[in-house]
Ligand binder design. Structure first.
Ligand code: NA7
Length: 535
């Protein structure tokens, strides 16, 4: 890159995924100078990095797309119901071209540190290349699932064959033909890639610590009539997205799973199973996320499905999760359970025989050493906070964000944190983020942040920062809502439970996208209530 980083801008943005791209577009509309730093070689964020075989989004393309430009909405042609990673990346690149975004993005540039200067009321942002820029505002558009993790076991560098993490997949792809492959992890990335890798590999051994609930995606090519219908009704659809619970319009269920007959209940679950939509499953009845007995009915239904599909009863039983449905992120798959019927695919239940180490030949569990030609880590992320605390962020008095969050993230609205003036997070912990259609939540946060900056500038104000009181109350509120659900019953990455030593608190706001938006709008309408604004 021959460009030089400017020494000072109005706004520095970290990340050029869906958040950073839209932010840049909006900042330009306000005539603010902005710079975006991106660790990857191109735009797309999640969809730039996660190139593993079978990678797809689990929200439908026509809903998982920007709403800010009607022209973009009308001209873009989505191919599939659940688009592949290459299709989503093409969309991101199209948006970058169409809005000429790349000229303010510095690629292959990782932000390493940012510190707040109380005198100047500016952030000093540093990159791994040694660049420094001062900015009036710093926006962390770093994504929720971007700091990947490996298993915490010895020997990771000992294996002599190639290893791959699903979130750092080689751009040229990997050919597993004829190989003995070991794959660790059965979250969404594992569930999506296992059937595709099994097509090539001579042997595939899947190491599972916690099984996932997965629904068949029923993916297909979009029909011209449904695309035309959506394009004719996009405004109303977008509004419904914004008011919904998950950022996807769904009828509000009226019935309890416990008040209907078994036939009626099974018919409802069967419809969800057939529909290939996670939200349809989670909203089949109004009490699935809050009542254990109601949730048990969904669990029994899925267990039955797994036992019907998977021929070997022990493998089927091992694939059946015990935690409540929906309390860990459920998956959408194509032939996931069916793959375990293939003779060259084997499931190892790490609850029975835990991982011990990686060896030069493969993987050792408590009872066996497995030899492989390649190992795939589908072991997920230090979710929601990892990408924020990996940057050395210092607020007032030099206070480290990582230390301030050592007992769990503390934010107001998931947008800002006390002690860190003029620092905004897009889809930060304490906002619906990962419990929603990310694009809907991203646009909402970006719009809110843009309005806040505009408000400050118009009023001649210099800083905005959550008060400790507002933040404490918000953290309590987020916990209270989570406590009324079954979410805390699973050891999930929502809870930080997948990273040893990470404090266990439920990080996202579980009250729904629509409710959350109302709260944020009220805060703004009341002069940014709960934030201290200063000149
Ligand atoms: P996930 O959902 O965090 O899945 C990671 C998987 O790796 C999960 O099954 C983990 O088991 C397993 N894992 C992690 N660490 C270990 C160790 N040390 N030993 C054994 N197994 C381990 O990440 P994904 O990339 O699949 O999906 C992320 C999100 O992307 C997904 O939810 C969708 O929103 C899209 P665990 O459950 O922790 O016991």
């Amino acid at each position: 890159d021959s460009r030089t980083v400017p020494s000072s801008v109005d706004v520095a943005v970290v990340g050029a995924g869906f958040s950073g791209m839209y932010l840049l577009h909006r900042l330009r509309e306000l005539n603010l100078s902005a710079i975006v730093f991106e660790a990857g070689g191109d735009v797309g964020g999640t969809w730039y990095w996660n190139r593993y075989p079978g990678a797809r989004v689990d929200v439908e393309s026509l809903a998982y797309s920007y709403s800010f430009s009607e022209e973009l909405e009308q001209e873009y042609e989505w191919q599939e119901r659940y688009p592949t990673q290459p299709e989503i990346l093409s969309y991101a690149r199209h948006v970058a071209d169409r809005f000429d975004l790349r000229r303010d993005i510095f690629f292959e540039t990782r932000v390493t540190a940012a510190s707040y200067d109380e005198q100047d009321k500016t952030w000093l942002v540093r990159t791994g290349h040694g660049d420094e820029v001062t900015a009036r505002f710093l926006v962390m558009a770093t994504g929720c699932l971007s700091s990947s993790k490996l298993p915490e076991i010895p020997g990771l560098d000992r294996f002599e064959g190639p290893t791959y993490h699903t979130a750092h997949w080689p751009h040229e792809g990997v050919d597993f033909t004829g190989m003995r492959v070991g794959l660790i992890g059965t979250g969404s990335s594992g569930v999506q890639s296992i059937p595709v890798i099994a097509e090539q590999a001579a042997e595939l051994t899947v190491f599972q610590r916690t099984p996932a609930y997965s629904l068949p995606a029923r993916n297909r090519t979009l029909r011209p009539d449904e695309i035309a219908d959506m394009k004719a009704n996009y405004r109303a659809f977008r509004q419904a997205q914004r008011e919904s619970g998950f950022g996807v319009p769904t009828p509000i269920p009226e019935k309890s799973a416990l008040e209907v007959s078994e036939e009626e209940r099974d018919a409802a679950f069967e419809r969800a199973w057939e529909s290939g939509s996670l939200v349809n499953l989670l909203t089949a009845f109004h009490d699935l996320s809050i009542d254990q007995a109601a949730n048990d009915t969904a669990k029994r239904f899925i267990h039955r499905k797994i036992h019907q599909i998977v021929a070997d009863p022990r493998t089927a039983a091992d694939l059946c999760p015990e935690y409540p449905v929906g309390t860990k992120r459920p998956c959408l798959d194509t032939d996931y359970y069916e793959t375990f019927n293939r003779p060259h695919v084997r499931l190892v239940n790490l609850r029975r025989t835990p991982l011990v180490e990686i060896t030069d030949r493969g993987v050792r569990t408590s009872d066996e050493e497995y030899a492989f030609d390649a190992i795939v880590y589908a072991t997920g992320f230090d979710a929601m906070t990892g990408a924020l605390t990996n940057v050395d962020i210092r607020g007032r008095g030099g206070a480290s964000l990582k230390e301030a969050w050592s007992a769990g993230p503390r934010t107001y609205l998931g947008i800002g944190s006390a002690g860190y003036p003029n620092l905004f997070m897009i889809t930060g912990p304490g906002s619906p983020s990962v419990l929603s259609n990310m694009v809907v939540s991203i646009e909402q946060h970006v719009d809110w942040v843009i309005d806040a900056i505009e408000h400050l500038d118009r009023q001649g104000l210099r800083t905005i920062e959550p008060t400790e009181e507002a933040q404490d109350a918000w953290v309590d509120h987020v916990n209270l809502i989570a406590g009324a659900t079954l979410y805390p019953k699973a050891n999930s990455w929502y809870m930080g439970a997948n990273v040893p030593g990470k404090p266990q608190v439920f990080m996202p706001y579980a009250g729904g996208v629509g409710e959350y938006r109302k709260t944020c709008d009220e805060v703004a309408a009341q002069g940014y209530k709960g934030f201290a604004l200063s000149t």
